[in-house]
Design a protein around this ligand. Sequence first.
Ligand SMILES: NC(=O)C1=CN([C@@H]2O[C@H](COP(=O)(O)OP(=O)(O)OC[C@H]3O[C@@H](n4cnc5c(N)ncnc54)[C@H](O)[C@@H]3O)[C@@H](O)[C@H]2O)C=CC1
Ligand SMILES: O=C(O)[C@@H]1CCC=N1
Length: 431
Amino acid sequence: MHVHGISTSIAIFPFPSSTRAKPTNLNRSLELKLIDRHCLLISLAFSTTPFFLAKFETMGIINTNPVSKTTVDNGLSEVGKKQTVRSALALKEMRVCKGSCWIWPSITQRPFQAAEIIASINGINHSYFFSFTLSARKLYVYKSRVCNKETQEAVAMATPIPIDTFNLGFIGAGKMAESIAKGVVKSGVLPASRIRTAVHNDASRKEVFSSIGVKVFDTNKEVVEDSNVIIFSVKPQVVKDVVLQLTPVLSKKQLLVSVAAGTNLSELQEWAGHDRFIRVMPNTPAAVGEAASVMSLGTTATKEDGELVANLFGAIGKIWTVNEKLFDAVTGLSGSGPAYIFLAIDAMADGGVAAGLPRDLARGLACQTVLGAASMTIKTGKHPGQLKDDVASPGGTTIAGIHELEKGGFRGILMNAIVAAAKRGRELSQS
Ligand SMILES: NC(=O)C1=CN([C@@H]2O[C@H](COP(=O)(O)OP(=O)(O)OC[C@H]3O[C@@H](n4cnc5c(N)ncnc54)[C@H](O)[C@@H]3O)[C@@H](O)[C@H]2O)C=CC1
Ligand SMILES: O=C(O)[C@@H]1CCC=N1
């Protein structure tokens, strides 16, 4: 977050008066901005642009990483440290951090080191440190928790979700929520007592969730008020209304997640007035710990938020992080995919029955065959075409079966199904 439009006056402190009078690149390298009565922004401009990066490297103020100048660095040089000390002393002189003070170093090494120095000189307790990226390469010091609404929001957004005690709430007690809840409880990653939901019209859903041990409220509002992480698991057609209805009770301390197909992060964030959002596309095998999920982080979801969601969905299957533009394709493949395979299993079982097998045996064989083939593809890492060749003996049974599948356009049909589902996801996002 940038500190939008609340600059009332600017004071540049840590440099000798001669340089203060006539700003140079050097004195712009470290400045304190008084951004309101209680808030200060320390802008470490020497790391903001490649131009200054190069400039201050030449001046010997910073040590940049020879490999990457944007992500990792070697920390402050001795000169840079001295500058930071001067800046910290100026802060001390101003008594900015007397009492409480919040400090946000950004993710790179230099601001973090500078934060350490400033904290130590000003007696800021480390518990007030947030490794939260308010701005890629800046450092913010706030005198009090509540400088103004924006600061309050920044504090809330920087508040980590309590990993060991957080409550998980589902808005929409449907099939997908049930699969996730069952999987999460079964995996042991979260006890049922920390999961909440509310039933809407269908009262039978209450029993389904209660039997898992999930706390079922009467209203969505109660779910929101009692949850740190909230998963929107209603249908795409109603997700907008549901989010809008809950916006007044959402807090920026909460992490929001949506599993709705065809609903973009930008829309979700706008409706919720809340950027701490993560979009996930799971699938129902979550219920048995075998989900295939992908996720994409919203604007202010933190690295820790991403880890929390990855941990949650990782406990009920596999999860990948992808660019959000891939979501419709993912929805067509893995989101909807279990249905294609259930259809295939059913059809294979029917084929077995047609060939003379008892129904139970036919279904068991079909299921285990699908499971075995998927597992073998993953475990061997071999191309599925190679594995297919290994099954099909010359002039044998398999190639006779494959011949029939190919005549019916088996592969093309499956490909079309995924493309059609992806297209439908795109349509939903545009409607
Ligand atoms: N079912 C699946 O395999 C997958 C579903 N999804 C997504 O998950 C979401 C939910 O899908 P399903 O669970 O299949 O649907 P579902 O119809 O089983 O569940 C939706 C639930 O939301 C409830 N609901 C409706 N209006 C509500 C409101 N105003 N407040 C609270 N609850 C309300 C309904 O009563 C229903 O129980 C959808 O957005 C879907 O795109 C994503 C991946 C896979
Ligand atoms: O059919 C649907 O729309 C949802 C999304 C992915 C799976 N089920």
